[in-house]
Write a protein that binds this ligand. Structure first.
Ligand SMILES: Cc1cc2nc3c(=O)[nH]c(=O)nc-3n(C[C@H](O)[C@H](O)[C@H](O)COP(=O)(O)OP(=O)(O)OC[C@H]3O[C@@H](n4cnc5c(N)ncnc54)[C@H](O)[C@@H]3O)c2cc1C
Length: 327
């Protein structure tokens, strides 16, 4: 067991790192516990993705993020967050999963798969990229089905179905088409998503109208088999020849983990209970930071608009500490 810490941060995504920087700046004794690599979600993003944000919007603690183009790519973001971590000598344990926490007289006992930590405050910054929203159709567990997209090369000369109409689906469909895959998009709504990057939307719409990428709007997959996929369309059921399905229908925070920590969730959108000024949850001294706050509405939170959680939380913790000293 380590000596009592002021703060334990669960998750070393951009927002967990922002919280660590704020702790260090304010001389709080902290540790970050991360179950994978540093910024594990970004590490698992498509190899050729670029961010929709400009690099200064992804900066932490005003540390300059210099990128070749205004909107950085995945490699540049990994380089930036790595450099921020090493040059500030942040106290991060990688490849260590937090399993549970127990409240006690001194705060919390945090139990990871490797050791226990006694801490006064916890910041949960566990993000949303580990649990995909499932299609819940027969055949979804076949190895040809993936809920993540990495690169186009495996899909050369293959019949590929991309499910979804968001940025991720559109980027994957365009890249696979351009690298020689035969792409069909299955979209539940009647159009390409409104939030698709404004400079990419005309590209996908033109590829669809010229027939290079096929699309079924107002349609859903009903069954996946080894060499085919059955879809429900406004004109009835159709069976398409298929080699791979890439279902990019979004991701959700680990709700059962949040509930295990004692955090209550709203009934409709499973939004955790927290104070919008301090980010403190319904469990005293346990704070939420980053996209984990979003419930099922994860699209509302980005690095851009949640990096501020770090300063909100650390100010609240400092105020609490000052209050305790005066007592
Ligand atoms: C393709 C794509 C493009 C995007 N582009 C942009 C953009 O341009 N601009 C923007 O602002 N946002 C963008 N986003 C959103 C942005 O990446 C997320 O909002 C951001 O990653 C949230 O940061 P976070 O630190 O809250 O969570 P995450 O980055 O998801 O980090 C959470 C971390 O917690 C770790 N973790 C989870 N559970 C545990 C546990 N039990 N124990 C220990 N560690 C744990 C995870 O491994 C992970 O490393 C994009 C997202 C995607 C998918």
């Amino acid at each position: 067991m380590e000596n009592k810490l002021d703060v334990l941060i669960i998750g070393a995504g951009p927002i967990g790192i922002a919280c660590a920087l704020a702790c260090k700046k304010n001389k709080l004794n902290y540790i970050v516990i991360e179950k994978g690599a540093l910024t594990n979600s970004l590490f698992n993003y498509p190899l050729n993705m670029s961010f929709f944000s400009t690099s200064e919007k992804l900066e932490l603690d005003d540390i300059p993020f210099i990128s070749t183009n205004p909107k950085p790519n995945r490699d540049e973001a990994l380089e930036y967050y790595r450099r921020v971590t090493t040059s500030n000598q942040l106290n991060i344990h990688l490849y260590e999963s937090v399993i549970s926490t127990e409240k006690n007289e001194d705060g919390f006992l945090v139990i990871s798969e490797k050791r226990n930590y006694q801490v006064a405050h916890i910041i949960v910054a566990t993000g949303f990229y580990d649990i995909p929203k499932l299609l819940n159709v027969p055949g979804e567990d076949l190895t040809k089905v993936s809920h993540y997209y990495k690169e186009a090369h495996p899909y050369l000369l293959q019949d590929v179905i991309v499910v979804g109409a968001s940025n991720s689906s559109v980027d994957a469909a365009l890249e696979i088409y351009r690298k020689g895959g035969n792409v069909t998009m299955i979209i539940r709504g009647d159009a390409i998503g409104e939030r698709v990057k404004y400079w990419v939307k005309p590209d996908i719409e033109n590829r669809i109208s010229e027939g290079s990428i096929k699309v079924y709007f107002s349609s859903e997959i009903v069954k996946i088999e080894d060499q085919s996929v059955t879809i429900n369309t406004p004109k009835g059921e159709l069976t398409l020849a298929n080699d791979f399905v890439i279902a990019l229908t979004g991701y959700v925070p680990n709700f059962s983990f949040l509930q295990k920590l004692g955090i209550t969730l709203s009934e409709d959108k499973l939004i955790p209970t927290y104070n919008k000024d301090t980010m403190e949850s319904n469990v005293a001294n346990l704070f939420l930071a980053g996209v984990v706050c979003g419930g099922t509405e994860t699209h509302k939170w980005f690095i851009e608009n949640s990096r501020i959680h770090a300063t909100q939380i650390i100010s609240a913790i400092l105020e609490k500490k000052e209050g305790n000293l005066k007592q």
